[in-house]
Design a protein around this ligand. Structure first.
Ligand code: APR
Length: 308
């Protein structure tokens, strides 16, 4: 029997995630959205593309959560996206209601599923999902670090004219402008990044990475990024379904790691069939630790607003 992945929210990110996943041919897919006909139409369109690219998976769209029954993974992208001038935090109360509902409805039909949360503000929405689903913390993970790190990798690759595959960057912390690009651990084919780039270029790349989401929002004007966020989700789904034990930066529930407790936060997570198998810890210097604490304080403040 094939794996089943359900994507809640068939908007830009949800449907693009389905696109990347269909191409990986690793699961049957279900798209759920509140807009009538839209998830059905997108699913059918994608299904009709598969003979061209030679992939055999079943893709269905629905307005009913029942269609998600028996999913191995639930991806939550439902919610509002940012408009120019908005921060991710501005989305909090509207998206909390949507994510709460999506979690309650999907856990009923897929009690063993692993949740990947994308809706912003991401770290807070992942926390909400965990509490509402009432599942062990290894079964909820938030997508942010893969995207933030990919942005940094893309900028370094463009700057140096070296393949993205040689470039390894790690971004920790909350998915906001206080995120912590870990330049000390980043490298190009093993050569430390600060030996490949002058300090001011590196600083500019770090800054552009922090503001990477906002850069896209101000260009698009009507929504936020979706190709790269969706590709990041697809990589996480792949790591989980194939039980790859792959270490990816992602938002995980912390219980003392990095000196933080009862919070979702971007850290190196090891992903496999059980979801978050392990959280790996860098030995951070004082400066990095201080940046991490600052980012965590912002996330904790927003979690408190949920009044759970
Ligand atoms: N149940 C199911 N789907 C819903 C619900 C709900 N209760 N409420 C809204 N949606 C759907 C909308 O109908 C829409 O199709 O969620 C979809 C969101 O899609 P887009 O508006 O295209 O937004 P997108 O760019 O995909 O971003 C979604 O991901 O990156 C984050 O900040 C972003 O929080 C935002 C989310």
């Amino acid at each position: 029997m094939r794996n089943k992945v359900s994507i809640i929210g068939a908007g830009m990110t949800g449907s693009t995630t389905a696109h990347w996943l269909a191409d990986k041919e690793i699961a049957d897919l279900v798209l759920v959205d509140i807009v009538e006909g839209m998830p059905q139409g997108k699913a059918l369109d994608l299904q009709e593309a598969l003979p061209v690219v030679g992939k055999d998976v079943r893709i269905t769209g629905s307005n009913e959560f029942e269609a998600t029954a028996g999913s191995d993974i639930i991806v939550i992208t439902a919610g509002l996206a940012r408009k120019p001038g908005m921060s991710r935090d501005d989305l909090l109360s509207a998206n909390a209601d949507i994510v709460r509902n999506a979690t309650q409805e999907t856990i009923r039909y897929s009690p063993n599923a692993i949740f990947i949360v994308l809706t912003n503000p991401l770290d807070v929405m992942a926390y909400l999902t965990l509490k509402v689903a009432g599942v062990p913390s290894n079964r909820v993970v938030g997508q942010a670090g893969v995207l933030d790190s990919a942005r940094m990798r893309a900028f370094v690759s463009l700057e140096l004219g070296i393949s993205v595959e040689n470039i390894h960057c790690y971004v920790l912390g909350g998915h906001g402008d206080e995120m912590v690009p870990l330049t000390r651990a980043s490298n190009v084919a093993g050569i430390p990044l600060d030996e490949m780039l002058p300090a001011e270029r590196l600083e500019a790349i770090v800054e552009r990475t922090r503001k990477g989401g906002g850069e896209i929002v101000s260009l698009l004007k009507t929504g936020s990024a979706y190709y790269a966020p969706a590709a990041a989700i697809a990589q996480m789904v792949d790591a989980i379904l194939k039980d790859r034990h792959m270490i990816l930066p992602a938002a995980a529930y912390l219980n003392g790691e990095y000196g933080l407790k009862d919070i979702f936060f971007g850290v190196p997570t090891q992903l496999g069939r059980d979801g978050v198998e392990k959280i790996h810890e860098y030995s951070l210097n004082n400066e990095e630790m201080a940046a991490l604490q600052k980012s965590a304080a912002g996330v904790a403040e927003n979690i408190a607003k949920l009044k759970l």
